[in-house]
Design a protein around this ligand. Sequence first.
Ligand code: FES
Length: 507
Amino acid sequence: MTAGPTADSLDRGQRYSLIGPRSRLAEESGLAEGAWFTPPVEGDRLATLQHRTDGRALADLALWLVLLVGLGTLVVITWWSWWTVPALVVYGALYGGSADARWHEMGHNTAFRTQWLNDMVYYLASFMLWREPAVWRWSHYRHHTDTLVVGRDIEIAFKRPTPIPEILAAFGGVNPIRFLLPRLLRHAAGGRDPEVESFVPSDEWPRVHREARFFVAVLALAAAAAVVWWTPLPVVLVGLPTVYGSWLMVFFGITQHAGLREDVLDHRLNTRTVYMNPVFRFLYLNMNYHVEHHLFPTVPYYALPALHDELRPYLAPPLPTTVAAYREIFTALTRQRRDPGWEIPDRSIPEVDHADRAPIVVSPVSHHDGAVVVPIGQMAVGTVRRIDVGERTVALYRLGPNEFRATDGLCTHGRADLARGVVIDCELIECPKHNGRFDIRTGEPARRPAKDPLMRYPVEVHEQSVHVTIGSLGRSVGQGRTDIEQGLDRSEPAPGAGTTDRESSAN
Ligand code: FES
């Protein structure tokens, strides 16, 4: 599983730079946008785990907001008394610490079924953490594409060797001041951070500048209120908690990847799952199941314990407690300070038979006239399956009792297997890798980072089977073939023409 360069003469800054030589090496060695290990999960079970519900996410959000407002009120009421200290510690942890898990989950759009709720909480949490929304969306896409790939992943928090003062500084809240604020100000002034430029597409920059200006304006407003009312309370409640509360974010975040292997294409080797108590899991939104999250980022946080049970046969044993995780992390960081190549001894990772990926695949019963024939009984309404025909991968969707559609089976952004994605309201397919979306009927992209449309394939529905016209392998198919794209429901309008076989592109 290990690939790519492991030793070089670069200093630490150059080695981890996204615009340095290691970035080029990662591309040349096949680590960048590589093919990652994915464990098999039965298709219908995966669809159940990927199901989102507003109720559960709203309940958790309401509790967090009530605690936040309550603690903020306590800070105001007890101001300048000894009671202010514990109130501030908890308020800061909720604000600058546990906002991180809300930012993360909403960034994946997985918490709420209703999209605008995900977006609203994402923007709120981004502000609370001084994270520019568009910049961090793209940096997190990259993190999921190239997790812990040196020179590619900007979210590697503990770079080897990690000096002790750097760890203490992270817990002490230095990072938002040292890294995030200067970048925010630079973008607000219309500039561009060169590393950020390497992963944010050029058409996103007007948005980046707008968002940075808005965040700076709100922070400036809090500072102005502090001056006008001659009390530090406004900035103690808005702005500064990002600094004095970030210890909790680091407390949880360090357990994700710190000290684990770099440059491997297997999340079981570079990511950690830790059993945590219910309070921690509420604050951290179950991200302690971090291996599971990386393997299936379309699964909402509240289904991660169930996903963990599902995947257990394929994973290394999780760390049994937070204390055990910290012991492992500090052993690794200490050893790696002396020897940056030192690795935590491999935990027992089970061998997985990749042929066992069949559960998301439907096997055609026959091929004729450039079409494959799939039995209807193999699919429930609202599901997607993969059909492999020669070199071609097709995604077949069942959108109603008699309505089927077919598109390219690989996402046009990063070639992820769409049959592992989520069918949303029988209208959209959400990619399993970065949660980009496509309209199933038109193939058009419906949410970034997906940008290029999917090619569609004509489908005919017969009594007990579906015929998908793939065409002769090796040539473009589906172009101008809307006349034969039909279901038993003849009132279904034929999708518009113009589907072409497109080059895949990944940002
Ligand atoms: Fe990135 Fe599909 S691979 S959105």
